[in-house]
Each structure stands twice: as structure tokens, then as C-alpha cells.
Ligand binder design. Structure first.
Ligand SMILES: [Fe+2]
Ligand SMILES: [Fe+2]
Length: 323
């Protein structure tokens, strides 16, 4: 990594040995590290640097870690904030999350592997939110494509999901603005997979319960990043609710029927249809007819039946080479 590409991590702790040992860990992983021995120093460093992640101790004289994070949030809202607390300091951890908008808390003494994982996830979140903040469509699409690279089987998936979703949206005569949000939400529906380890995403077999939970978290993570980037609500809804099912047995919220936002009910159909008609590590792709039959058999349990009819009527009218 060149000096310019290195992500900056700001460490704030009044104990020099803590700064020293955390700094050593981070330098090994090629981060650029800034250190401050007080909240005041931390704030000064934040003024003059683009910092991806802050790791701050809580118990410090003059300014507590929570107070520091609260101020840091105003100076640099996108910087991801992590607090270090003692084992028994639950109140500080909760305060840090509520008041300082902390992303995670790490208890002292920390496990080196856990610490590095939390920091690298935080850096990834920072980069993703920055990319999502871009008003340029090209940047949004390249972010979606970067997520697809984690799983080669999904190449082109997000664009096809958007194309299918827009077929339904077009048939419903939805306003242009909403169609744009549906397109962007569909591109980015799986952007939370950026937080799922590659080994799990590409695992060729059934996943353990905990691994499955990690994968399932992608809709919340993605939606959280999209909200932080202030994407329109309809786009966030697509990301958050694209795995809800019409019968209420989906995730993450278990919403049912019309409680699932329309844009997410549309994207769910587009997502599953494309998944079925593409090769996946665990099965070969189905042809259009097989996919249609399977999905129609799940009409009313998995999908909005009215939207399903619209979708299959519309694609029947189109030649398969168009889709
Ligand atoms: Fe998904
Ligand atoms: Fe998907």
C-alpha cells in the first residue's frame, strides 16, 4: 500500500504502553497510525487528518472517551469510532454507542486477533460508506461490483436484479425517482456482504448456524451503511428487506405481506429469479421455465403474488434474449 492509500487509525489513550502496543499491531497490518494521549490531542489530530477509524480509551483524565467520541463525531461524522473499556464498564460502552455513535466497544485486556478484526471491519465500513455517499451512479455500481468480486458466482447479479426489478416497477408505473432508488437499492442489495468473510461466502456446502447468521446479517449491515451514507429510504429498504418473505418467515424483521415495503417485495422477486437462473457453487442454473414453476409454487408464501404475476407476464412478453 502506498503512503497515500494507507488508512489512518487514530489511537487515544492516556497510557503510553497501550498506545505503543496497539500501534505496533496496526503498523504490522500497514495502517498509518496517529496517537494522542488525551481527548484534546485526539481532536486536534482529527482536525488536520482524514481519519478512517478512532480507537479511544474511556477512562482518561479531563475528557472521558465517550465525551471525546461525541466531539469527534461532530468534527468527522464518517470516521468509525471504537471505544476501549474495562470489563465491568457496561455503562460506558452503552454511552459510547448512544452518545458517541460508537461502532463497537472492545474490552481490556483485548485479544489481538479480535482487535485487528474489529479495526479492519471498521475501516471497510468507512470506505463503503464513503463510496455510497458518492452521488455518481458509476461509483455506486463499482461498489456493487466490488462486492460481487468476493463471490465470483454472483458476477453481474446486482445489475440483473436491478433490470428485473425495473421491469416490475415500470409495469406498475412507479415514479421515476422511486425507480431510480429501486435501481440503486438493487445494485447494492448485497453490499453488506462486504462484512462477511470470503471463506464463508464461497463455502461449498451447508453452513453452520453461526456462519449462516453471519451471512444473514448482510442485510442489516448493508442498510446501516446505506443509512449512514444517507441514501434515500426506498434504496435502504431494498437493502434491508430484500430477504423478507410474504408469509413473514423471512429476515431480518420477519415483516409480512404489505408491511414489507413495495420496493423490497419487488427486489425479492428479482433477486430470487436471478439467483435461480444463474449457476451457484452448490447447483447449476435452472432454465426460465423451471425457475418460474418453482417460484410460482412459492407464490403467497415467499413472494407478493400480484407482483409475481406482473413479473412473469412481463418477461413472457419480452424475448429471453432481452433479459
Ligand atoms: Fe442478499
Ligand atoms: Fe442477491
Amino acid at each position: 500500500m502506498t503512503e497515500n492509500n494507507k488508512k489512518k487509525v487514530l489511537l487515544v489513550d492516556d497510557e503510553e504502553y497501550v498506545l505503543h502496543s496497539l500501534k505496533r499491531l496496526l503498523l504490522d497490518e500497514d495502517y498509518e497510525v496517529l496517537t494522542g494521549v488525551s481527548g484534546k490531542e485526539g481532536l486536534e489530530l482529527l482536525q488536520g487528518n482524514e481519519v478512517a477509524v478512532i480507537v479511544s480509551d474511556h477512562r482518561m483524565p479531563e475528557m472521558t472517551g465517550v465525551d471525546f467520541l461525541e466531539k469527534a463525531r461532530l468534527i468527522s461524522p464518517d470516521t468509525v469510532r471504537i471505544i476501549l473499556t474495562g470489563y465491568a464498564d457496561v455503562t460506558a460502552a452503552i454511552d459510547a454507542i448512544n452518545r458517541g455513535g460508537a461502532y463497537k466497544f472492545i474490552t481490556k485486556p483485548w485479544d489481538q486477533g479480535d482487535f485487528m478484526r474489529v479495526v479492519s471491519d471498521a475501516v471497510r465500513q468507512y470506505e463503503t460508506v464513503k463510496a455510497l455517499r458518492s452521488s455518481d451512479e458509476g461509483a455506486l455500481l463499482s461498489l456493487a461490483q466490488a462486492v460481487e468480486l468476493k463471490d465470483p458466482y454472483t458476477r453481474g447479479h446486482c445489475e440483473r436484479v436491478a433490470d428485473y426489478a425495473l421491469i416490475i416497477a415500470g409495469s406498475l408505473g412507479l415514479p421515476e425517482e422511486l425507480k431510480k432508488d429501486i435501481k440503486h437499492g438493487s445494485w447494492l442489495h448485497d453490499c453488506g456482504k462486504i462484512g462477511v468473510p470470503d471463506a464463508i461466502l464461497n463455502f461449498n456446502g451447508p453452513l453452520y448456524k453461526e456462519q449462516l447468521e453471519l451471512v444473514k446479517n448482510h442485510s442489516r449491515w448493508g442498510a446501516n451503511m446505506a443509512s449512514l451514507a444517507r441514501l434515500p429510504q426506498a434504496a435502504v429498504n431494498v437493502i434491508l428487506y430484500h430477504h423478507e418473505r410474504y408469509d413473514g418467515c423471512g429476515y431480518p424483521a420477519g415483516l409480512k405481506g404489505g408491511d414489507i415495503p413495495l420496493e423490497a417485495r419487488i427486489a425479492a422477486i428479482a433477486d430470487v429469479y436471478d439467483a435461480l437462473t444463474s449457476d451457484r457453487p452448490y447447483r447449476l442454473k435452472m432454465d426460465e421455465l423451471q425457475a418460474r414453476e418453482l417460484m410460482l409454487s412459492q407464490k403467497e408464501s415467499h413472494f407478493d403474488p400480484k407482483l409475481m404475476n406482473i413479473f412473469f407476464n412481463e418477461i413472457a412478453c419480452l424475448k429471453t434474449d432481452v433479459i
